[in-house]
Each structure stands twice: as C-alpha cells, then as structure tokens.
Design a protein around this ligand. Structure first.
Ligand SMILES: Nc1ncnc2c1ncn2[C@@H]1O[C@H](COP(=O)(O)OP(=O)(O)OP(=O)(O)O)[C@@H](O)[C@H]1O
Ligand SMILES: [Mg+2]
Length: 670
C-alpha cells in the first residue's frame, strides 16, 4: 500500500477497464460491467446513477473490494498503488443499503462503539473519541435521539431516516479516506434524502473525503450537490464527468433535457424500453450510441489532454495538468474554467470544460467556510495509511462491554433462561422430592441427574445460538471493515454469555440439590457445581460452533436438536456406556452428556449405601454397585470435568476456524 501523499492532484482511487462477468444458469456467462474506467479525488462527492439493474451496486462493490463470485478483471489503484486488502478495508467506510446495527443499542452507544473500536488509541484518547461522537451526532442532527434505541423487528426505535443517518455516522466517526454509500436515500422522504446527501457532501468537504454513492432518482437539488456523475446503462458507461455539465453534454448530442429533474431525464435516456420489440430496439440503439459516443469522446479527451500536458509542462511545470473528462477533478466550491476543447464547438461550447479543466491551486481556500472540530483536525489532509489496530485487550474490553449490554437488554434471553431455571428447579425438586436410601431412590437419583444434565444443554444452546446467528450479519459487516480481531469477538461474546447462564443455573442446581436431598456434603456440592460449570461451558462452545457451521437459522434449529438428541444416546443413561456397539462406542468420548452425567452420578452415588427390601428382585447395596452396573466409573470425576472443558475449548476452536475460513466472504480483489 502506498503510504506517500502524492498531493491533492492525484486521484485517491482510480480504476481502468473493469469487466465483471457472472455465470448464470440460463444465459451462461453474463457481463455485468463493461470496460469501466474512472478516477475520484479527495473531497469529491460522486454519484453513480442508472436505472435498476444498470450495475451501480456492482460497480460500488467492485471498487470497495466487496464483490463475491464471478470473474473480475481490470485494474484498481488506491493512491496510485495496488490495494492491500487488509489496509484498504480499514481505510474505506462502507454504508450498506441495509442498515445492519444492533437494535438494542442506543444511537450514542452505537456510534461510540464504532469510534472506540475503529479509531486508533495511539492517536485518540477516549475523551477525543467521545467528543467526535458528539460532533457527529450534532452534524447528523441526531443529538435529540442519542438515547433512543436503534430498534428493529418488533421493537420501535429511531425513524428510518435517523437510522440511515446512524449508519452513516458509524462510518463518519472513524477516519476513512473513502466513503462509499449504497442507496443512502432509499426508503427516505425527499427532504430526508436531501439532508443525507447534503450532510455527506459537507463531510466530504470538511475531511477531504472521497465519497462515492449510488442513488436512485435524486431531486434536481440533490443532483446539483454532486461534483461528479457516473451514469451507467446495462453495465456500460454513458457519462462520467462533472455533474454541472452532464445536461449540456447530452444536449450537445441532440438530447436536450425534457424533464425539470435532470436525474429523471438521465434515467429516461439510459433506460431500455421493453414495452414492445420496436421500442426495445430503438432504446437499445440509443443507449449504445450514447455509450459509443462517450467512449470516443473520452479517447479524444485523452489525446487532447496529452497535448495540453505537454504544452502546459513547458509553460509551467509546477501547475497542475489538465485531465480528461473522465478523470477530471472537481475541486470543492470551484467554478470550472472553460477551456479550449469542445468536440463540436457548437453553441454549447463550454460544456466540455471538464475535458481539460484547469484546476486552481488555491482551491483549498474554499474549505475555509467550514469551521468545526473535524475540519480543524483533518481538513485538507488525506490519510493514505491505515491507522494501527488497537491492542487485543482494549478491543476485547470494548466488545465485552457492548456484548454485555446487548445480552442483558435481551429480555427474551434473560427471562427465558431465568424462567426455564425456575421451572426446572420446581419440577426437578418436587418430582424427585427428598430422596431416601431405598431402591426406588436409585432410579430417581439417576433420573434427576440425567434430567439435570439434559437441562444444561438444550435450553442454553438453542437460545444462545439464535442470538449469535441473528447478529451474524453485523459481525460480517464489522469483519469486512476490519473493525476487530475475531479472537476478541469470540472471547468477548462468550464471556458476556457465561454469567448470564451460570448464575441462574447455580441457583437451579442449589435449589434442586436441597429439595431432592442429594448427598449433603460441602465437597460434593462444590464438585457438582464445577461439573455444572464445565457442561455449561461446553454447551456455549457447542452453540458457537453450530452458529458458525450452519448459515440458516431454520436449518440450525433442526440440526441442533437432532444432533443433541443423538449425542444423548451416548450419555450412559439410555445405552450402557460399556456395552454400546463397539464401532460407535468412541462417540461417548466426544459427548458432553457422557462426561457431565458420569461426573454427576459418580459424585452423588460415591459412598452411598442403600437398603434392600426382601421382596426386591434386584438390589443395589452401594452406590458403587450402581456405577459398576451403568458403566459410569470409567473416568474419574476430575477427568470428566476436565474433558468437558477440553470439549468446550475444541468447540470454540472449531467455531473460530469456521468463522475464519468457511464463513469468510471470498471477495475478488484487483
Ligand atoms: N452475482 C450475480 N449473479 C448474477 N447476476 C448478477 C450478479 N450480480 C449482479 N447481477 C446482475 O447484474 C445486474 C446489475 O446488478 P446491480 O445490483 O449492480 O444493479 P443496480 O444498478 O444496483 O440495481 P438497483 O438499482 O436495482 O439496485 C442485475 O441485472 C443483477 O441481476
Ligand atoms: Mg443496487
């Protein structure tokens, strides 16, 4: 990655001859982007427009390094050098069309977490990050809703426009070089949409940010705010150049504007009409003519530009060179200067000013009208180096805090686990009430301990898995932006669930222990608790592994009970642990039920003596007799606890590997 600042005249991002193909079942290989080239400069606000299916999102994703599948060729340079994925993704802020955020966090918490995780601790103190959040809240007009929850499905939160501004804010609290927005105005009313564009423009100016957005049907006022337009039709470039000159460009080709809104006029011009064969043929011809015209025009511009460069260099080597229409830089607040080249030299002669536009070196003074914190910090500077990543511990601490807030605010999870523990405590305690030392108590003890073991799995694994899977989109978004390390994510997430699960379960275990009158012995009580903690740890690990292994929540809700039900067969309760079919016997060693159940049973039966009535056909005299019969004394209690912890760790490791390699998006890079 280039680290040198090449000065304000260099494009921050340039792309040449981008072609993107996908394979479709019906049509074979289909080209989505055709030979797209262009550049963007710091401080520019660029809009990609075109009718639906024109390839806007695809182009945006290609430039952002977020396209998956298919075949991509061409060349993309960031600050004149090949992009390095790890650094580039941390210098790019991507506002996706779907606002993926945690519904349970407030607006301020959302922005603060983004700032704390993504701004470098070396450069910013915590107070700086907080004040930046305040500034962004103010700039995005979100101060009045800063304590409101984001909200989501089934939960009222901020409005759609506010939500969109929060997702923009999450990116703006960081220090990106490039801001990319996919349809930032979709679903918003016209004034909110205009506000979003206005704010984005303001930010682009203040921070010298290069901003690229796709937009549907902007109003005339919005079009006027853009510095540069990229017009696409069927994946081909129809125009790329100054927004202010787009209308005259088309007028010069014999297409005067027929609509008061230029955006509608452009879309009408570029859309293929499928109403009839004749209409389709005509519109396709028109679009192809526009595409060809632009390609030719660009070639002529390049030649002209080269000549200008030569003369200009001779005249004044220190001044900026003229650039092509496609690569022209629109300096903020700068009036374009009419130059000598116009393809037709007609009445609209000035429309191709951008073809060889002179850029005033004094353009920087145009930033002067903006005065606020961010401007003072970064205006005029463009950072080409990714900030250093924050330390593991600090990162994990911030994630832990966020995850803890999320877990404790998730009332269905909290009340679900507490409620389930209370119900189990009552049923376990009173079904197996005050167990004695007779023969039926042997069966009851076995039943109580097996039931306890099972209760430590299903009611933990399924809700936790659901919570992880429903927030996986946010994880993927944050991961794509290189927000934190995956190890920090795992550590923080698991740690945030553990107290939430262990506390109600200790309460349940203690209650059931006392009511059922298991062996009253302090050592046995605490050994039982350790065994309980080990299976809960393993259960949490299992839910993480399942969440990462299966993509769909519905499928996970089928696979999980089935696999747990199958594993239950090897616990040593339904099938004798020593007499399972030899070929399947090894499965008990990867069975969390086996270790937990064996631990509980040995702990309870060890040292117990039972009474035998004369009429009993089978009589267990001691707890050891029971253990021998069930084959549950192969491993010691300590080994059982340890092996469940090891199994839990293996599940976590599996989840980590799955996330790192299987769930990892395979982006195409140029
Ligand atoms: N991976 C893919 N496989 C098959 N077709 C694809 C793929 N990606 C994009 N396309 C097709 O490419 C075309 C352009 O898609 P894209 O999403 O870029 O359009 P768009 O201009 O953003 O449209 P909209 O305005 O509706 O969002 C569409 O016809 C789409 O179906
Ligand atoms: Mg799109």
């Amino acid at each position: 990655m280039a680290s040198n600042n090449r000065g304000a005249e260099s494009p921050i991002l340039s792309w040449r001859n981008l072609n993107y193909d996908v394979k479709t079942k019906r049509h074979g290989v289909r080209r989505i982007l055709h030979d797209i080239s262009g550049d963007i400069y710091p401080g520019e606000l660029v809009a990609i427009m075109g009718s639906s299916g024109a390839g806007k999102t695809t182009l945006l994703n290609v430039l952002a390094g977020r396209v998956q599948g298919g075949r991509l060729c061409g060349d993309i340079k960031f600050n004149g050098a090949t992009r390095v994925p790890h650094t580039f993704k941390r210098m790019l802020a991507f506002v996706e069309q779907d606002d993926l955020m945690f519904s349970l966090l407030s607006v301020e918490e959302t922005l603060l977490a983004s700032a704390q995780l993504r701004l470098s601790n070396e450069r910013y103190a915590d107070s700086d990050k907080r004040s930046r959040v305040e500034t962004v809240l103010r700039q995005l007009r979100l101060t009045h809703v800063k304590d409101t929850k984001i909200g989501g499905y089934g939960m009222r939160g901020v409005s759609g426009g506010e939500r969109k501004r929060v997702s923009i804010g999450m990116e703006l609290v960081t220090d990106p070089s490039i801001l990319v927005l996919d349809e930032p105005s979709s679903g918003l009313d016209s004034s909110s949409a205009e506000m979003v564009v206005e704010l984005t423009k303001e930010m682009a100016r203040q921070r010298n940010l290069c901003t690229l957005m796709t937009i549907h049907q902007p109003s005339a006022e919005m079009v006027a705010k853009f510095d540069k337009l990229i017009l696409l039709s069927q994946g081909k470039l129809v125009y790329m150049g100054p927004a202010s000159q787009a209308l005259s460009y088309f007028e010069n080709q014999g297409y005067p504007s027929t609509n008061s809104n230029p955006a509608n006029f452009f879309i009408d011009l570029m859309t293929v009409d499928f109403a009839s064969d004749e209409a389709m043929r005509k519109s396709e011809q028109r679009v192809q003519a526009l595409v060809d015209y632009f390609a030719n025009y660009r070639k002529r511009c390049t030649i002209e530009n080269d000549q200008n460069t030569h003369q200009h260099t001779q005249l004044s080597s220190h001044k900026s060179i003229a650039s092509t229409l496609a690569t022209s830089r629109i300096m903020p607040q700068q009036q374009s200067v009419a130059l000598d080249y116009s393809p037709s030299k007609g009445s609209h002669g000035s429309m191709y000013d951008g073809c060889s536009e002179k850029r005033a070196a004094a353009a920087d003074t145009n930033y002067a009208y903006i005065t606020n914190d961010i401007t003072n910090e970064v205006a005029g500077m463009t950072c080409y180096e990714a900030p250093p990543m924050n330390g593991w511990l600090g990162e994990t601490r911030i994630l832990l805090k966020r995850d803890w807030i999320l877990s404790t605010r998730n009332m269905s999870l909290v009340y679900g686990i507490i409620g389930e523990c209370v119900v189990n405590l009552l049923f376990l305690g009173f079904v197996f009430f005050q167990l004695g030392k007779d023969q039926p108590s042997v069966q009851n003890r076995i039943g109580a301990l097996f039931s306890l073991t099972v209760q430590c799995t299903f009611p933990v694994i399924i809700p936790v898995m659901t919570v992880i899977m429903t927030s996986r989109d946010v994880l993927m978004r944050e991961r794509s932006g290189g927000t934190y390390r995956m190890t920090s994510y795992f550590f923080a997430k698991s740690l945030s669930f553990f107290p939430l699960v262990i506390v109600p379960y200790v309460f349940m275990y203690t209650g059931a222990y006392l009511i059922s009158h298991l062996q009253y012995d302090a050592a046995k009580f605490f050994i039982g608790l350790a065994n309980l903690a080990a299976i809960l740890f393993a259960s949490l690990g299992f839910s993480f592994a399942m969440s990462m292994a299966v993509r769909s929540l519905e499928v996970a809700h089928i696979i999980t009970p089935v696999s747990l039900g199958t594993l239950m067969l090897f616990a040593g309760n339904m099938a004798n642990a020593k007499a399972i079919t030899p070929v399947l016997r090894w499965l008990k060693y990867v069975c969390i039920y086996y270790y937990a159940y064996s631990g509980f049973v040995q702990n309870e039966f060890g040292g117990l003596e039972f009474t035998c009535s004369p009429e009993a056909a089978i009589c267990y005299r001691t707890g050891e007799d029971v253990l021998n019969t069930y084959g549950l004394n192969e491993l010691s209690i300590g080994q059982c606890i340890l092996l469940n912890i090891v199994l839990g760790a293996v599940f976590y490791a599996m989840a980590y590997c799955l996330l790192r390699w299987k769930a990892k998006p395979r982006y195409l890079w140029l």
